[in-house]
Design a binder for this molecule. Structure first.
Ligand SMILES: [Zn+2]
Length: 322
């Protein structure tokens, strides 16, 4: 039976096999007229079975159920396609919805990765094993788009949408002001550090993330309900840790770079990673994609602060001291 966190608010734990995240927290709010499910899981059977069982245990009528997706990643959105009904609203931020609307320009992404220093063969392997390609929703619902400040009413709960870009460009948290609870999605996690990556120089995702952390830092919050792992109470303390983490990471990037001229790929290879392998050659290919993306986010951030410079005009983009 899913645990009841507060009156009529429940959590269903959805396993994410082979993911370092371990599982996803799907939150269910019940009310007399409509129910709301916040985040879903990958579009794969092991996730489906866990969600299906949880919803049966809670006696959820799907024809009276709406969905809210905190962001576009497939571990949060993938499964929605198997549960939404003709009468369901499926909420997602206007910004993150675009990933599903537009035909993503894979060629541009490929070119970008190559210019970051990836070898083509390795890149193709990394992309093929990316969960975003494998476990995304197959049937895209017609979304109800959310903007910052919108409010979703479900029973006793009044959920205010807070646009918190960083983890994705359109990430949304939900804040219940009166009850002082924050559905933090992957904006703030307690046991692990949310992944901040960048796959375009147009977006300064780490700077956005730092600003989003400042935005949520002073909210009165008694309980934060994250997208993965454990609940937590000290939101401010956790945010300070995350800000410090990224400053430390940025300094590590500066150290790896030193007086060299390097690609993002080579910088990622020189950074320390919390992963069980001896060296970069043994690093799982799928994880290299995330590592390089994370290195780029920090490089872009340092560049915007004038602490390094980006050299373009060649096949491979490099970075060096200003
Ligand atoms: Zn995510």
């Amino acid at each position: 039976m899913p645990e009841e966190i507060m009156p009529r608010l429940y959590r269903i734990i959805i396993p994410l096999p082979n993911s370092p995240l371990k599982d996803l927290n799907s939150y269910v709010i019940k009310s007399d007229d409509r129910n709301l499910i916040i985040d879903t899981g990958f579009n794969r059977s092991v996730c489906f079975e866990a969600m299906d069982k949880g919803l049966r245990d809670l006696d959820i009528d799907l024809t009276k159920t709406d969905f809210m997706l905190t962001h576009m990643h497939s571990d949060h959105t993938g499964l929605v396609s198997r549960f939404f009904t003709d009468t369901s609203k499926v909420y997602i931020s206007r910004i993150d919805s675009m990933v599903f609307n537009e035909n993503i320009d894979w060629q541009a992404m490929l070119d970008y990765a190559l210019s970051s220093g990836f070898q083509l063969e390795e890149l193709v392997k990394a992309m093929e094993s990316h969960p975003g390609f494998k476990y995304s929703p197959k049937k895209i619902p017609e979304f109800t788009l959310l903007d910052d400040g919108n409010i979703i009413h479900i029973g006793d709960y009044k959920l205010k949408c807070l646009l918190t870009p960083g983890h994705t460009e359109g990430h949304m948290c939900l804040y219940e002001e009166e009850k002082q609870i924050l559905f933090s999605g992957d904006h703030v996690l307690f046991d692990i550090t949310p992944h901040i990556e960048s796959w375009s120089y147009e977006v300064n995702s780490l700077k956005n993330y730092m600003e989003s952390l400042n935005r949520t830092r002073n909210l009165p919050v008694k309980l934060a309900l994250p997208g993965h792992r454990n609940f937590f109470t000290d939101l401010k303390g956790r945010i300070d840790e995350l800000k410090e983490h990224h400053e430390t990471r940025a300094n590590e990037v500066l150290e790896v770079l030193g007086n060299n001229t390097m690609s993002a790929y080579d910088i990622a290879a020189g950074m320390t990673w919390d992963i069980d392998c001896e060296n970069w050659e043994q690093f799982p290919t799928a994880q290299k994609w995330f590592a390089v993306g994370e290195a780029i986010a920090h490089l872009r951030y340092l560049e915007s602060e004038g602490r390094i410079k980006r050299n373009t005009g060649h096949k491979i983009v490099t970075f060096s001291a200003p």
